[in-house]
Each structure stands twice: as structure tokens, then as C-alpha cells.
Design a protein around this ligand. Structure first.
Ligand SMILES: C[S@@+](CC[C@H](N)C(=O)[O-])C[C@H]1O[C@@H](n2cnc3c(N)ncnc32)[C@H](O)[C@@H]1O
Length: 208
């Protein structure tokens, strides 16, 4: 079976425009790209995406001309930070990176996917710090957000840019500062903006 046939049978997290196929992803982020404040050109830049899944952002960063794109993720869903009450009893027998690899092949992409937790990601092991680090909808799923932000601070070159996009609870942020968030059935609550900003500052990230 060729790559396009395999892509047609693949379950997709991201809607991706691939040659010969636009995938039916659970999330179509195309209308939101302009909200992320990404530089129009990343020519000559070294960039990192954390938690890439099918690679929507990594491929977008490459499309903007980055000299090198590294994309981190884990393959094994059992290795994710499931809160004890929501940890599934069993996990699907599919690797998280399968869609990414198909897309990479079809796009003729050079994005390098590295199977590593953000907790263990260091500039020493990833070829040095990055001019831009993008992390979207990952921190809300992590148990140790401060450790992740410390790793991100070390991975961002001096003068570099960290682009963070996370779900947050706007009404609760305004109404209930400092109060625990209600539990949602499928995910943790969003970050509170003040808390996220405080954690980022504690991790050494300077607000621009
Ligand atoms: C909700 S998805 C977001 C995917 C993509 N970043 C986006 O914005 O659409 C979260 C991603 O983070 C990854 N992830 C979760 N924990 C991680 C960790 N400790 N290190 C690296 N990636 C992680 C998941 O495997 C998944 O691909």
C-alpha cells in the first residue's frame, strides 16, 4: 500500500493539507494560525515544537522557511501524565507518531521528530538552543508544568521566542482567582493566566 493509501486509512488528530489528501482531523487549526503570532519568515532559524502529534505546527514552521525544525513527542500513550482518576485501563495498540511519519513522507518534509518527553529535553541533546520554541496545548496535560517551563527556558536561545498556546478558563480566571478549577470529565481544567505567567517567570522566561 502506498503512503497516500495509508494516509487515507489513518486516524488523524490534525487536519493537514497533504498532496492528494486533506486529512479529516479531530482538530482543524488552519483558521487559528494567525492568532499564534508566528513570524512570517523563519528563514535561517532553528525551531522546536513540543508535543507535535500529527505535526500541524512543525510543518507550518517548516513552511515558513526554518532552517531546522525539531518536533518532540511521545509515542506511547501509557507514558503520558494521566491524572490517576482518568488514566485509562488500557491503551490503543497504535503509535502516536504514525500519522506524523506519513505526513512527513507525503510532504517531503525534513522535520526531525524526536521521541522524548519535554521533561527530558535539553539543548545538549538536541543540538543546542532554538530561536523559536512553540508549545501548544501541552502544558494543560502535564503534571509538572514548572519543570516543563524550566526545560523550555533552557531550550530557548537568548533573545529567542517562546510561543505558548494553552486552553484557559476565562470566566473562572476573572471570577474565581486562586480557586481550584472544577474537574472536567476528559481533561484537566485550563491554566489560569496569572498562574501560567507566574510559572513561566519562575522558570526564567522573560515576558516580551
Ligand atoms: C493536546 S495535543 C496538542 C498537539 C499540538 N501541539 C497542537 O497544538 O495541536 C498534546 C500533545 O502533547 C504531547 N505530550 C504530552 N505529554 C508530553 C510530554 N511530557 N512531552 C512531550 N510531548 C508530550 C502529546 O503526545 C500530544 O501530542
Amino acid at each position: 500500500m502506498d503512503a497516500l493509501d495509508r494516509a487515507r486509512r489513518q486516524s488523524w488528530y490534525h487536519t493537514l493539507e497533504l498532496p492528494g489528501l486533506t486529512t479529516q482531523g479531530i482538530f482543524d487549526l488552519r483558521p487559528y494560525v494567525h492568532h499564534y503570532g508566528l513570524p512570517a519568515s523563519l528563514a535561517g532559524r532553528r525551531v522546536l515544537e513540543i508535543g507535535t502529534w500529527d505535526g500541524f505546527w512543525a510543518f507550518e514552521l517548516e513552511r515558513r522557511g526554518a532552517a531546522e525544525v525539531v518536533a518532540l513527542d511521545l509515542d506511547d500513550e501509557a507514558a503520558l501524565d494521566w491524572p490517576p482518576r482518568r488514566r485509562p485501563a488500557s491503551f490503543p495498540d497504535v503509535r502516536r507518531g504514525a500519522g506524523f511519519e506519513l505526513a512527513r513522507e507525503l510532504l517531503g518534509s525534513n522535520v526531525r521528530r524526536v521521541v522524548r518527553s519535554v521533561y527530558a529535553a535539553t539543548p545538549e541533546e538536541l543540538g543546542g538552543p532554538f530561536d523559536l520554541v512553540l508549545c501548544g496545548s501541552v502544558l494543560i496535560h502535564l503534571r509538572d508544568q514548572l519543570l516543563a517551563l524550566e526545560r523550555i527556558a533552557a531550550l530557548t536561545a537568548p533573545g529567542g521566542l517562546f510561543v505558548s498556546a494553552e486552553g484557559y478558563e476565562r470566566p473562572l480566571d476573572l471570577l474565581l482567582p486562586g480557586r481550584p478549577l472544577p474537574r472536567r470529565p476528559r481533561r484537566r481544567g485550563g491554566l489560569l493566566v496569572a498562574l501560567a505567567a507566574g510559572l513561566a517567570a519562575d522558570a526564567g522566561l522573560r515576558r516580551l
